[in-house]
Design a protein around this ligand. Structure first.
Ligand code: KG4
Ligand code: ZN
Length: 330
């Protein structure tokens, strides 16, 4: 079964083709980061316009790289939400146009289901499993007892961890998106500065306290004209941010006797998180997506679409709508 997928929920225009839910034939990603960097974050109106500009080129390249014709596609998938509504609508309309022109079935996919299924590229899923979802908009623990069955155990009560990375990076004067820059800087220093690790109830997360702490430390040092060791600050922030993630994850894996632990979303690319996961979860199977499939891409949407279709055999009509907010769990 050949699935062609479109992903435009934020600032990457991406089209991918996959086969049988485990093999990527092409994954073309046109990043708009350079365009948004000047503004220190994603500007929704500009993002929509850039998606329109890039869409046909990316579509053509995805089919050419996969070495298939439009007729060979069995299912067209598209990210339905959550995300920037203007951006989502560009992808949805492109997918609809392709499905209509070539008379192919269309299916809407949840963006986070896509991030979770990027893990399929690291191997098959073994249930029950716990997935830690960590991106710019999400920080949550999901329990899966079977394919395409998601139960949310807990989530952030304020900032997402990726958002905290980006905000801390901004006050440190680093470029958007800040996560990868903090990750790089942290490699060069030790985490010597004490930082608070939130102890919020259950499987929930909280990042506003840690973020405010870093901002306060910086402001005080600037007022007192004291030197700021940016790499040490970055490493210390990162150690506290990741500690909260792995502590909560470990508790969930134990409580639900999970056979597998996986990580999904942009922050899954973080080297310190990957190291801690490998060290702390050696008693269960571990999956983490290959680095290039951690941040937004259409390949992950095509894999999720395959399993979504296997699970319920349902397709959507050409009335499919996009949603800025959309729940993964019932
Ligand atoms: O999943 P994603 O591409 O987009 C959303 O759905 O949000 O995640 C983007 C987020 C950004 O906050 C970015 O700073 C963060 O992932 N990120 C990282 C790393 N690479 C990307 N955070 C920490 N370390 C990284 N290496
Ligand atoms: Zn994402």
């Amino acid at each position: 079964m050949i699935v062609l997928a479109v992903e435009t929920s934020c600032d990457e225009t991406s089209v991918a083709v996959s086969k049988n839910g485990d093999t990527i034939l092409s994954n073309c990603v046109l990043s708009q980061i350079d365009t948004h960097q000047a503004f220190g974050g994603v500007v929704p109106e500009i993002a929509s316009r850039e998606h329109v500009k890039g869409m046909t080129v990316v579509f053509k390249e995805a089919l050419e790289t996969a070495g298939i014709t439009a007729q060979e596609v069995d299912l067209v998938a598209v990210t339905q939400g959550p995300g920037l509504i203007g951006s989502l609508l560009i992808g949805i309309n492109a997918a609809k146009a392709f499905a209509f022109a070539h008379q192919k079935p269309l299916i809407g996919v949840h963006h986070i289901a896509g991030h979770i299924y990027a893990n399929r590229l690291a191997g098959p899923f073994v249930f029950p499993l716990i997935c830690l979802v960590v991106s710019g908009g999400h920080t949550e623990l999901i329990l899966m007892r079977d394919h395409y069955q998601f139960e949310k155990l807990g989530e952030t009560q304020d900032d997402a961890v990726g958002e905290a990375y980006d905000k801390v990076a901004r006050v440190l004067g680093l470029e958007y998106p800040g996560g990868p820059h903090i990750d790089q800087l942290a490699k060069t220093a030790s985490a010597d500065m004490p930082m608070p690790v939130s102890n919020i109830d259950g499987y929930h997360f909280s990042y506003s306290g840690l973020k405010s702490h870093v901002i306060n430390v910086l402001n005080q040092k600037r007022m007192k004209k004291e030197p700021i060791d940016v790499p040490v600050l970055a490493a210390s922030f990162q150690a506290a941010a990741i500690e909260q993630l792995v502590r909560k994850s470990r508790a969930a894996v134990d409580a639900y006797q999970a056979k597998m632990f996986m990580v999904a979303g942009g922050v899954a690319a973080n080297h310190h998180l990957r190291e801690r996961v490998n060290a702390l979860f050696s008693d269960v199977l571990v999956r983490m997506p290959p680095l290039e499939y951690c941040t937004d891409n259409a390949a992950m949407i095509s894999l999720a679409a395959y399993y979504q279709f296997q699970a319920d055999q349902k397709v959507d009509s050409l009335d499919l709508k996009g949603y800025a907010r959309l729940k993964l769990t019932p």
